[in-house]
Write a protein that binds this ligand. Structure first.
Ligand SMILES: N[C@@H](CCC(=O)N[C@@H](CS)C(=O)NCC(=O)O)C(=O)O
Length: 213
């Protein structure tokens, strides 16, 4: 049985939970982080010295953290082709898009766009900085839009680890009160994602609890 620590409203928890659901694995999720606490306790820090969520333990295995590594672990142990290809070259193709989604796309969204919009009152935001951050992020979306031309998913027509690491960011992007650019392949792709039960259950989660009270 998989045990996952992390609040459902965390983007990094969401990609792990979406992966678990796509692989149809049994799990227990324990709320942790921000208002739920737990992640600063000695017991938690002994599992994950960063005090971040998610942390995952699979049976008698060691605690695993860093959502990208956790998703790759799950795919290595439980994933099948084409979700996580057998062939090392095909796998590397999926992995580069997965890594890109996590490292180059998500980091250009959560810190510079999501948190300022959620946390700072509209009148007090640095709008120029936000505009530039959105332009940078949408430059990444344009790359994905081109990649999605003629494909249902980021790599081919079937869902892969790359979609988990990239696609989970889109819910926040489309729900946040910002002006968005129009990218037809991204729009079609997002429509497809929102029709997936696992995406609905684990990614389409309200972020209202993250707004200041
Ligand atoms: N690179 C790490 C980042 C983990 C991270 O920063 N998680 C955030 C939530 S998305 C966190 O733990 N924040 C502190 C908290 O929720 O208390 C990963 O991908 O797992």
């Amino acid at each position: 049985m998989l045990k996952v620590w992390g609040r459902a409203s965390s983007a990094n928890v969401q990609c792990v939970m979406w992966c678990i659901a796509e692989l149809d694995l049994p799990y227990e999720r324990i709320d942790a982080g921000l208002m739920y606490g737990v992640n600063r306790s000695d017991e938690y820090l002994a599992m994950n010295p960063n005090g971040t969520v998610p942390t995952l333990i699979d049976g008698d295995g060691p605690p695993l953290w860093e959502s990208g590594a956790v998703v790759r672990y799950l795919a290595n142990v439980y994933g099948k082709d084409p979700f996580w290809p057998e062939d090392p070259v095909a796998r590397a193709d999926v992995d580069r898009w997965a890594e890109w989604g996590k490292v180059s796309v998500q980091t250009n969204f959560n810190g510079p766009i999501f948190w300022p919009v959620i946390r700072e009152p509209a009148g007090q935001r640095d709008n120029e900085k936000l505009k530039n951050a959105i332009a940078l992020f949408e430059g990444k979306l344009e790359i994905a839009d081109r990649q999605l031309s003629g494909r249902k998913c980021l790599v081919g027509d079937e869902l892969t680890v790359a979609d988990i690491q990239f696609g989970h960011i889109l819910y926040r992007y489309f729900e946040l009160e910002i002006e968005r650019c129009t990218l037809p392949n991204i729009a079609r792709y997002y429509d497809m994602l929102t029709s997936l039960p696992a995406y609905q259950q684990h990614v389409m989660i309200s972020f209202e609890e993250l707004r200041p009270k």
